[in-house]
Design a protein around this ligand. Sequence first.
Ligand code: 3EB
Length: 305
Amino acid sequence: MTDADAALGEAGTLALFDFGGHALRDDPRCLPVALESLDAPVPLEIWQVDAPVTCGVAGELRWSAGGGWLFAAIELDERDHGGPQATATRAYEQLRAFVGQRAERHVLRIWNYMAAINQGDGDAERYKQFCIGRAAGMGDFFAEGFPAATAIGHHGDVPRLQVYLLASDQSGVRVENPRQVSAWRYPRQYGSTPPSFARAMSLPALDALAISGTAAVVGHASAHHDDLDAQLEETLVNLEALLASADMSAGFDTQSPLKAYVRHSADAARVRDFLQQRLPGVPVLLLHGDICRGELLVEIDGWRY
Ligand code: 3EB
């Protein structure tokens, strides 16, 4: 029996994420993520709740729920929907319609993985088109504030958009970073529709902070173009600023799993060394992914308990 089978056999398993190589079962709780791990062996990410879990398929979505928590995921092939903007709209319309009729209607955290995220110039950049489509699909569902999020480019052959989320029957508390302009207030140069996400979401039920994709952005500008070490340093300063903004103690530990998205796989060893030195003992999963601004080499997200 594989680790995945064992996890799926447990009553409280809400979701299982595979970053390569685990040959997951055809189960609504299993998501093969389009990003490749730069670590071996590839750990399986497992979400568990303290309650029985039900799961199912609803149109193009799959979902699972238990103990007041909801996982939902959608994967769409852009070729069926006409590009990143229309695909994002469709994905978010469906997620919104589904979550809106659930008791777990508070969306706390969203992950977005799309192909060729930096392709196209200026307003034609695929990430910017995704942002327009995402906002249209969200409608006014997040009028009171956006969830925490990550948006990363994958290297898969198929132009597939994957969106998955964690929602709850209890609301979270949005956290912004005083060192950074809130993403939804980014000036026009970053696209006609600014990115719709909060920098972090505090989850009182878990006594945890869900941290959005965090990079070397200061104010609204990217800092340290093409300087990996300096971007990592700046990212750590931003992560600490978020903890302070959430009234949490400083630092990360063995209970705080992080993911580092690395643009160039050749940088993986350096990123691993840097983080081992600066965040000793912190579990970090290294993933090969493109950051949504071409000049950014690395981005970190994760959890702080
Ligand atoms: C930034 O700070 C980096 O579009 O959902 C980070 C996290 C970023 C989430 C998103 C984008 C998103 O602007 C990019």
